[in-house]
Design a protein around this ligand. Structure first.
Ligand SMILES: [Zn+2]
Length: 237
């Protein structure tokens, strides 16, 4: 079993237990069937993404570039930090484009249809979005010479932070605000899943919330408990 799979299972299992014991929202509707569907979709997406990525890296032979920014940095710590920052910045703009381009939103809206968020919502994505997001990401990694070790480090952090901020775990507000100085927290991401369009179009970050602050898409509405989740035109309840 790979380190990614072990971390994913451990994180999801821990958050499922914690969010049931300490829920933020007290949902009236049953989560049961939705959780199974979301995890099922996540499993299908991860199999498709693995086949797609292996296929691309096996059969598409890209030429070695002489000048690649990250590969030229001799210090592995600096190269690793820069790699993670670049991938996270890419994820910010990818997510933002999913909301701003009408065709992209047709696929991304599936992620926003959950009216009762929990850790399984983190895996509720259309397969087209998962596959298409990997193409510019793989090109970026190749162009800049980002090593697979740095990509793995980013992906491990991504697994934990994305599962956490989709969970229904009630974190004390002061801790959420402290974490929110650096990462996208559950409260910040709940605002992103609001039915109010201006709130849905905010807090696009995956790991760091610095990009939202820099590009002025940050929203830290204080009364998160009053947020109505989902999409108003969604008939699934
Ligand atoms: Zn979104």
């Amino acid at each position: 079993m790979t380190v990614k799979l072990v971390l994913l299972i451990t994180t999801v299992a821990s958050l499922l237990i914690l969010e049931n014991k300490f829920p933020f929202f007290r949902f009236q509707n049953s989560l049961g069937s939705r959780v199974a569907a979301n995890f099922g979709l996540g499993a299908i997406n991860s199999i498709l993404a693995s086949i797609w990525t292996i296929g691309i890296t096996q059969f598409v032979v890209l030429p070695q570039l002489e000048f690649r920014l990250v590969a030229m940095i001799p210090n592995p710590v600096i190269a690793g930090i820069l790699s993670c920052l670049i991938i996270d910045l890419y994820m910010y703009f990818w997510h933002r484009s999913m909301h701003r381009l009408p065709l992209a939103w047709k696929f991304h809206r599936l992620h926003h249809t959950d009216r009762s968020m929990n850790v399984s919502t983190a895996y509720r994505f259309h397969p087209i979005e998962i596959i298409s997001s990997s193409i510019p990401k793989l090109l970026l990694i190749w162009l800049l010479g980002i090593s697979s070790d740095y990509v793995l480090i980013y992906e491990l952090m991504f697994i934990v932070v994305v599962a956490l901020h989709h969970s229904n775990l009630a974190i004390p507000k002061s801790i959420d605000q402290l974490l929110g100085l650096v990462i996208i927290t559950p409260n910040l991401h709940r605002i992103h899943h609001s039915q109010i369009v201006t709130e849905t179009n905010s807090n696009y970050g995956s790991i760091l919330n610095w990009w939202d602050r820099i590009f002025r898409t940050n929203n830290d509405r204080p009364d998160v408990i009053n947020i109505q989740l989902g999409l108003t035109d969604n008939i699934i309840v």
